[in-house]
Design a protein around this ligand. Structure first.
Ligand code: AMP
Length: 433
């Protein structure tokens, strides 16, 4: 007889992870911090669907961008619609801006978002296929203060999480008026070096010349060092805008570095682009950006809507979390409850849910192990965690409608009738605060 085959457990998809325990707490903390800071600056939260029409990303991000070319999770529905799991948050938010008539609200519209994004990249440290971002967008105004505000919010969130060693790498990539001349010069320059650049860059000369500048191949980085710089080609309008952004950053003491070779992966970017980099990644380690963003004044038009200036940026939650972990910054503050509920016997067990709910309603945290029935097992936890107050409900208390309160430090025990329950608990808690 053939042996029954052992079924293999189905594992999660490569590059996509369950978030639990500290990993969950870290990612949640990063997102909450960006939310908290942006809330202060008057941003409203928005969530957009995980699935969008594929064309929402194709043109705005650029057919030659890495994301559109290789990294989108796209599918065709039974009805024939082409849909894509969102690889980034900006295009969906711009779609929502028009779909909900936000153009007729007071401008600019300022929104916060946080959630999962999907890119079919090669998974490695700090690079996943499903990852989380927390970001902000300011839509409907081209004043340079908005660019500075977006950077201010992301940097403040990072700093208040406890990370100090960071740098904002910033550049201008000009606009539709001045970028073409720069592009042309760049192509001329790289044509002279086309034999030496990597395979991808050979293709980029024709398809996506701006991306030549941020190739990470050693030989290409050497060539890029002497390449033309956008700042030299920027029109007066872009130069002035960029100078203003930098003045605002100076004024608010945000550390930045003018990185004339920084470009960003999507076509919709124009003028300000930035990345936030940790400065203490260690010798010889190329630091990964923990955040990035920029101005996207042409996105609306690329989507077929009317011109609407905007700027935004996002933090990569897993990457910030990784830094927090390396720095020994905890995912959550450890506060042990001061009360443990011990229940003994079936009647007490039933009553315990009611007692816990009464305490929850007045905001008193209580620890319990409702599935454990032995007094010894429950007391062991109380002493292990040094919890100072034990509430004990046994068979007798359940029948009498009382609860025994034991001060674990002195061993003194008192019986509390139900009507005095809340008041007595509050008073005893004060003694231990
Ligand atoms: P981007 O939308 O590419 O500007 O990304 C913004 C931030 O998200 C980056 O600076 C990273 O911190 C993070 N990020 C982007 N792609 C990934 C990925 N595949 N895995 C983890 N984090 C990512």
């Amino acid at each position: 007889m053939q042996k029954p085959q052992k079924k293999e457990l189905i594992a999660s998809v490569k590059g996509m992870h369950d978030l639990l325990g500290d990993d969950y707490a870290y990612v949640e903390r990063v997102i909450k911090e960006v939310r908290r800071v942006s809330d202060y600056y008057g941003f409203s939260p928005i969530t957009t669907p995980h699935l969008e029409k594929t064309e929402l990303f194709e043109r705005p991000l650029g057919a030659e961008s890495d994301v559109v070319e290789k990294q989108m999770y796209s599918l065709r529905t039974k009805g024939g619609d082409r849909l894509t799991l969102r690889p980034e948050g900006t295009a969906p938010i711009m779609r929502a801006y028009f779909e909900h008539g936000m153009g007729s609200m007071p401008q600019p519209v300022k929104v916060f978002y946080g959630g999962s994004f999907f890119r079919h990249e090669n998974p490695q440290a700090g690079r996943f296929r499903e990852f989380h971002q927390a970001g902000v967008e300011v839509i409907g105004d081209d004043d340079a203060i908005n660019d500075a505000l977006v950077i201010r919010i992301l940097v403040s969130a990072i700093q208040s999480l406890g990370l100090k060693d960071i740098m904002v790498n910033i550049n201008t990539i000009g606009d539709k008026v001045c970028r073409p001349a720069f592009r042309k010069e760049l192509i001329n320059y790289y044509r002279k070096h086309q034999e030496r650049v990597c395979k991808d860059c050979k293709r980029r000369i024709k398809e996506n010349p701006l991306r030549l500048l941020d190739c990470k191949e050693e030989v290409c980085m050497q060539i890029a060092k002497h390449a033309p710089q956008m700042v030299d080609y920027a029109c007066e309008f872009c130069k002035k805008h960029f100078a203003e952004v930098l003045e605002y950053l100076d004024e608010s003491s945000i550390p930045y570095f003018l990185d004339s070779h920084m470009v960003r992966g999507f076509d919709y970017y124009g003028r300000t682009v930035f990345e936030i980099i940790p400065t203490d990644a260690g010798d010889g380690i190329v630091p990964q950006a923990i955040g990035g963003g920029g101005r996207y004044d042409d996105l609306a038009e690329l989507m077929g809507a009317r011109k609407t200036p905007a700027v935004g940026g996002a933090l990569g939650a897993e990457r910030v979390a990784d830094l927090l972990r390396k720095k020994g910054i905890k995912a959550r503050s450890e506060t042990h409850p001061k009360i443990f509920l011990i229940q003994l016997g079936p009647a007490a067990k039933k009553k315990s849910l009611v007692l816990l709910e009464d305490l929850r309603k007045i905001g008193v945290p209580v620890m319990q192990t409702l599935a454990k029935d032995s007094l010894r097992a429950q007391l062991a936890i109380v002493s292990k965690l040094h919890i100072p107050i034990a509430l004990i409900v046994g068979q007798k208390e359940a029948l009498d409608g009382t609860v025994a309160l034991r001060n674990m430090e002195t061993g003194v025990q008192e019986t509390i009738p139900t009507e005095k329950f809340i008041g007595t608990i509050k008073a005893r808690l004060k003694e231990f605060s």
